[in-house]
Design a protein around this ligand. Structure first.
Ligand SMILES: C=CC1=C(C)c2cc3[nH]c(cc4nc(cc5[nH]c(cc1n2)c(C)c5CCC(=O)O)C(CCC(=O)O)=C4C)c(C)c3C=C
Ligand SMILES: [Fe+2]
Length: 331
């Protein structure tokens, strides 16, 4: 299960998608009476035309990169797996309901579905909303099978090894610095996540998955640390930043921000920059447009010689093998 995309890069479809996404109380966590006018009256009308232009730049013949690449991962997993493998999206299509219906139609005796949220890091606006939504649909429509969840995996040795294998060939080409750029979050979300984590640690909450003991920001730093250790990166050759800030969701997001850092790195002597985005399992708007296009332009206009974007894990062999192994271990 991944985040989801609009059905097309047309403004009307992007508008519908943004409305669904931003009305999620785990994403824009303001009380509903403020959220509704903010999303419908301010954010979506202004953002939809710009986002539609951005989507058009990366849209493929067969659809949005996020949807197509998630499907390719599922197909690669299916090659090694006897049970049906399907993709579902938190927002837009295909919805968990459609996928649950199809699975049940194909096998009316279906006993169990294992849901794999394609988010390495736990936070309420990504992993938690995917799990909560799938659970709500499962309960509402009284599906006769049980649901199990793959836990967040930001520090799992197999995920770290798959990331290191993805990055290693790029290091051989030579580089001054490698930037680990993660999706950003409003500071406010971090405080809420900290409360959820401590409630869970005190045993008051049974989540059905293994809740990390540390918050999103710390999970991201831990991913960077473990990958750097695995690749023996010297400390002065890598940094962690946070991208994709939506100002209307709150002024203070977790820092440092990716965009301004890309503009100051050349003045710090960084000529060749590698960028990897470990919070995203599949390439999408936020990696292909924001980093590989806009970020590259910003870095190179500020005096950098070259920004090389390292693609997400997608359906790379070490990652596909990891997905297969983890799910088989849960059967
Ligand atoms: C309050 C706003 C947002 C929070 C919090 C947020 C968290 C978050 N998002 C992802 C993963 C993705 N986000 C993507 C797009 C996207 N994200 C936001 C806002 C928040 N995200 C918006 C408005 C959009 C839409 C596009 C745009 O207008 O910029 C995507 C790409 C989707 C695609 O179709 O390609 C992904 C993936 C995570 C992992 C996360 C929390 C850690
Ligand atoms: Fe996002």
């Amino acid at each position: 299960m991944n985040l989801g995309s609009p059905d097309s890069p047309e403004v009307k479809d992007v508008r519908r998608y943004l409305n669904e996404f931003l009305m999620d109380s785990r994403v824009l966590d303001f009380p509903a009476v403020f959220r509704f006018p903010l999303v419908r009256g301010i954010i979506t009308p202004f953002r939809a035309p710009n986002s539609a232009k951005a989507y058009s730049k990366v849209w493929r013949k067969d659809g949005s990169p996020l949807i197509v690449l998630t499907r390719q991962l599922a197909d690669a997993v299916q090659q090694q797996f006897d049970y049906p493998v399907r993709t579902a999206m938190r927002y837009g299509n295909p919805s968990p309901r459609k996928v649950f219906d199809e699975l049940l139609q194909a096998d009316p005796g279906l006993k169990e579905v294992i849901l794999f949220p394609l988010y390495p890091h736990y936070t309420m606006s990504s992993y938690e909303t995917a799990v909560a939504y799938a659970r709500a649909i499962h309960k509402k429509y009284k599906y006769p099978f049980s649901l199990k969840f793959v836990s967040p995996f930001y520090n799992h040795p197999d995920y770290i090894a798959a990331l290191a294998a993805r990055i290693a060939p790029y290091l051989e080409q030579g580089y001054d610095k490698i930037l680990f750029s993660y999706h950003g979050l409003p500071e406010r979300h971090m405080r809420k996540d900290d409360e959820t984590i401590s409630r869970y640690q005190n045993g008051a909450k049974d989540t059905g998955f293994v809740m990390p003991a540390i918050n999103y920001q710390k999970q991201c730093h831990e991913t960077t640390r473990l990958v750097a250790e695995k690749l023996s990166l010297p400390e002065n050759r890598y940094e962690t930043t946070f991208q994709s800030r939506l100002k209307q969701a709150g002024n203070e997001w977790i820092k440092p921000y990716t965009a301004p850092r890309l503009e100051t790195l050349p003045a710090d002597g960084v000529k060749k920059l590698l960028v990897v985005c470990p919070a995203f399992i599949n390439d999408c708007l936020e990696t292909l447009e924001e980093i590989a296009m806009e970020g590259k332009h910003a870095f190179e206009s500020a005096g950098g010689e070259e920004l090389v974007y390292i693609p997400c894990l997608n359906d790379s062999k070490p990652w596909t093998d990891t997905v297969v192994a983890w799910v088989k271990a849960m059967l």
